[in-house]
Write a protein that binds this ligand. Structure first.
Ligand code: F6P
Length: 497
C-alpha cells in the first residue's frame, strides 16, 4: 500500500516526458512507471501554404489535439489503397466531401463538440480537419477583443469578421480539394446570411455537402458548466460582464437553422434532446449516433491496463486464452489495492474483456466490490491472430515467412489469415468509444495490448500509423485526464514481470 502511495506521489511530481513515436519496425521506447506526461493539444494553422503543408513544427496536419513527435505527413498515402473519393456515396467522381458547420452563440460547447467529432472521424480513418474562426481571427486581429467587436452594428468589425469567414471557407475548399475528406468550421455562424455564404461555396463544388451541428443551451446549469471552461481557458475571455454582452450581441441576431438549410443535428443542453433534419447517408447518421452520446463537457479520468502477465506471455506466444501466471495474479491483487486507494468505489465503472486473463485481472476488484458498475465486453478481446494463434513471433516467421514480412511491411493494415488487422480492431471498438463518450464516471478498462493501443490513440488523437507501435507495457496502469489544453497522462507500474 505504502509502495503504491509513493508511486503515485512520484507520478504526480515527475516532469513531462513526450511520447516519442518510433518509426515502423523500430523498437518501441519503454516508458517507465510513475511518469507524468502532458500531451498538449497543438492547434493547426488554417493557412495550408502553397503545397498544402502546414507551417508549424509538430503540428498535426489535419487538425488539433495531436501529441508531440508525430511524424505523419500531410496525408498518409498508401499505394495499395485507392483514395476514397465519394464519401457520401452519391455518385460524384471527385466529390462526396463533407463540410460540417458549427452553429450557436459563444460558450455553448461548440468547440468541444467540433474537436470530439474531428477526433472520432480521424480515428475511424476519415481525413478530417477543424478550421477555427476564433483562432484565425485571433491570429489576424489579436486576442481579447472587447464585446464591441461583436456588436452587429459595428460595421468595421463586421467587415473584418466576414473576411475571416471567407478565408476560412476558401481554406476548407482547398483542403477538401487536396485530399481532405471532412472539414469542420468551428464558429458561431448564427445568421442565415453567413450560413448561405458557406452553403453557396459548398454547392459550387461537385458533390460537397453541408451538415450543420447547432448547439443550443437554455439550462442555467449547463450554461454555467460551459462558461467556466470559457472563463478559464478561452484566450478571448476578458471578464464575465464583457462575455455576457458578447453573448447578447450574438443572441440579438441569432436565427436558428431552418429545415430547408440542409442536413442538421441540433443538440439541446449538451445532448439532453437532439433534433434532426434532412440527414442522409451513412456518415451523417454515424455522426448523429456519436453526437447523441456526447455527455456534456465534464471530464472523468480513464484508467487503462493490460491484463496481468499470462502463461502465454511467459512463453512469448500470441493469441490463445491462457490464464494468468503467478506474476499476473500478483499484479491483479496490486491493481485492486491501487483501485481501492485511488478511485471512489461508488463511482468506478470497470470494463473488462471477456478473455480469461482479463477477467482474472479484474477479479480482485470485483470480489472486493471496489466498483459501481462492472461490464464485460466481447469487443475488448485481443486482436484475433487466426492461423498464428498459439505461436511465438519466431515460429510465425519460420512457418509463415510471407505473412511475417507482410505484417512488418504494414502492421496497421495487415490482417492475419482468418484473423484481424489493427484497422479491423478499430472498427470493432467503435461501440466501446460511443459508450465511453456517454460515460460520466471514472472508468477502468482491463484489456489487451493491441486493443489498448487503439483506445489510447483515440483518446490522444494520435495518427493511425502510430497505433500498432504504441507502448502499452504489462503491469502498468495508464491514467488519462482530459484538460482544456491537452491530456495529462500518468503511468503507474504496480509490479514487475
Ligand atoms: O503478446 C501479447 C499480445 O497481446 C498478443 O496476444 C497479440 O497478438 C499481441 O500482443 C499484439 O501486439 P502486436 O500487434 O505488436 O503483435
Amino acid at each position: 500500500m505504502e509502495n503504491h502511495a509513493a508511486l503515485m506521489a512520484s507520478g504526480a511530481a515527475a516532469l513531462g516526458v513526450a511520447l516519442v513515436f518510433m518509426m515502423r519496425r523500430r523498437k518501441q521506447r519503454a516508458l517507465g512507471g510513475g511518469k507524468v506526461m502532458f500531451h498538449p493539444r497543438v492547434e493547426s494553422k488554417n493557412d495550408l501554404g502553397a503545397n498544402g503543408s502546414t507551417s508549424g513544427k509538430n503540428v498535426h496536419p489535419e487538425g488539433p489535439n495531436i501529441g508531440p513527435g508525430s511524424s505523419r505527413h500531410w496525408f498518409s498515402k498508401d499505394p495499395h489503397y485507392p483514395e476514397r473519393t465519394d464519401l457520401l456515396h452519391t455518385g460524384h467522381a471527385q466529390g462526396g466531401k463533407l463540410v460540417i458547420v458549427m452553429v450557436g452563440v459563444p460558450g455553448r460547447g461548440k468547440t468541444y463538440i467540433a474537436r470530439k467529432v474531428a477526433r472520432y472521424l480521424r480515428w475511424i480513418n476519415y481525413r478530417t480537419r477543424v478550421f477555427s474562426l476564433a483562432r484565425m481571427r485571433q491570429e489576424q486581429y489579436g486576442e481579447k477583443q472587447s464585446a464591441d467587436f461583436y456588436n452587429p452594428s459595428n460595421e468595421d468589425a463586421h467587415r473584418l469578421r466576414m473576411e475571416v469567414l471567407r478565408r476560412a471557407v476558401s481554406d476548407m475548399m482547398k483542403y477538401l480539394n487536396r485530399g481532405g475528406e471532412v472539414a469542420i468550421l468551428d464558429g458561431t455562424n448564427v445568421t442565415k446570411d453567413r450560413r448561405k455564404l458557406i452553403r453557396d461555396a459548398v454547392a459550387e463544388q461537385d458533390g460537397f455537402s453541408c451538415l450543420f451541428i447547432e448547439s443550443v443551451c437554455d439550462d442555467p446549469e449547463v450554461i454555467q458548466s460551459t462558461l467556466s471552461g470559457v472563463e478559464n481557458f478561452s484566450p478571448d475571455f476578458i471578464a464575465s460582464d464583457d462575455f455576457a454582452r458578447r453573448v447578447d450581441f450574438y443572441s440579438s441576431v441569432y436565427e436558428t437553422v431552418d429545415d430547408n438549410e440542409g442536413m442538421l443535428v441540433r443538440t439541446h443542453n449538451q445532448g439532453a434532446r437532439i433534433c434532426v433534419a434532412g440527414l442522409q447517408g451513412f456518415l451523417p447518421s454515424k455522426l448523429l449516433a456519436f453526437i447523441s452520446n456526447l455527455h456534456g463537457t465534464t471530464n472523468k479520468p480513464v484508467y487503462m491496463t493490460r491484463h496481468g502477465e499470462s502463461e502465454f506471455n511467459t512463453e512469448h506466444r500470441i493469441g490463445g486464452d491462457s490464464p494468468l501466471s503467478e506474476a499476473g495474479r500478483q499484479y491483479a491483487l496490486a491493481l485492486s489495492d491501487f483501485v481501492e486507494k485511488t478511485i471512489p468505489k461508488d463511482e468506478l465503472c470497470v470494463w473488462s474483456s471477456t478473455m480469461r486473463r482479463a477477467r482474472q485481472t479484474a477479479n480482485p476488484v470485483v470480489e472486493r466490490k471496489l466498483y459501481w458498475r462492472y461490464v464485460e465486453w466481447r469487443a475488448l478481446r485481443e486482436i484475433e491472430v487466426g492461423v498464428c494463434d498459439g505461436l511465438t513471433y519466431q515460429q510465425v516467421k519460420e512457418q509463415f515467412p510471407s505473412e511475417f514480412a507482410a505484417r512488418e511491411e504494414n502492421k496497421l493494415r495487415y490482417r492475419y489469415p482468418r484473423g484481424e488487422s489493427y484497422l479491423d480492431l478499430i472498427s470493432r471498438l467503435e461501440p466501446v468509444i460511443i459508450e465511453f463518450e456517454r460515460q460520466a464516471e471514472p472508468l477502468l478498462i482491463v484489456a489487451h495490448q493491441a486493443v489498448l493501443r487503439c483506445l489510447y490513440a483515440y483518446f490522444l488523437d494520435l495518427p493511425e500509423e502510430e497505433v500498432p507501435y504504441l507502448s502499452i507495457p504489462l503491469h502498468t496502469v495508464i491514467k488519462l485526464e482530459h484538460r482544456a489544453f491537452g491530456w495529462r497522462e500518468q503511468r503507474f507500474t504496480l509490479a514487475s514481470t
